[in-house]
Design a protein around this ligand. Structure first.
Ligand SMILES: [Zn+2]
Ligand SMILES: [Zn+2]
Length: 178
């Protein structure tokens, strides 16, 4: 098998985890995991581990290859989806055979956040919809902060969170609007 990212001939078998084998490219250091092996590993791994916050992310150099890739198992064009959850790269997965390509250090980064057992979910519409919703929220928050300045924005945020939790919040909002 040739590397789907850099084309290097012959990628070699590695043990990624207990019960999980992959194929590593000696040149770009990317890793190919066959679909059925991921599922087999996931089954042995048990339930999905709770996600670690962003500051748990492994501090490793990333190489997110941008080009479209062809599945080395079945020849289909692979899907490329954004991981989200403050992870800066995209993942490539074949929607036909389920094979996954990890660029250098991507597996390590996902594992440090406990997202390595949710790769199949990253490729669902629900995950991507949630990513989009969070991006919209973040950019709205950013534009408000820019409009009124960071200090004022911090005051606004703590006021808003106090208001949201207040048992009489509708009364208070009515008062403000008046
Ligand atoms: Zn390669
Ligand atoms: Zn495939």
């Amino acid at each position: 098998m040739d590397c789907p990212s850099c084309g290097t001939h012959g990628i070699s078998l590695v043990e990624l985890e207990e019960n999980l084998c992959g194929f590593k490219c000696s040149s770009c250091e990317g890793i190919w995991v066959k679909g059925f092996q991921y599922w087999k590993w996931l089954k042995a791994h048990g339930g999905i581990l709770p996600e670690n916050p962003a500051d748990f992310a492994a501090d490793v150099p990333l190489l997110d290859s941008r080009q479209a890739k062809i599945c080395i198992e079945c020849g289909h064009v692979m899907l490329r989806n954004k991981v989200g959850h403050e992870i800066p790269f995209y993942l490539d997965r074949c929607s036909v055979c389920g094979g996954i390509w990890f660029d250098k250090s991507e597996w390590e980064t996902l594992k440090s956040r406990n997202l390595h057992d949710e790769i199949h979910l990253i490729f669902t519409a629900a995950w991507q919809k949630d990513n989009h919703k969070k991006e919209v929220e973040l950019s709205y928050e950013k534009s408000v902060a820019e409009a009124i300045g960071e200090d004022e924005y911090d005051r606004l945020k703590s006021f808003a969170s106090w208001l949201k939790k207040h048992p009489q919040k509708n009364l208070l909002i009515g008062y403000i609007l008046q």
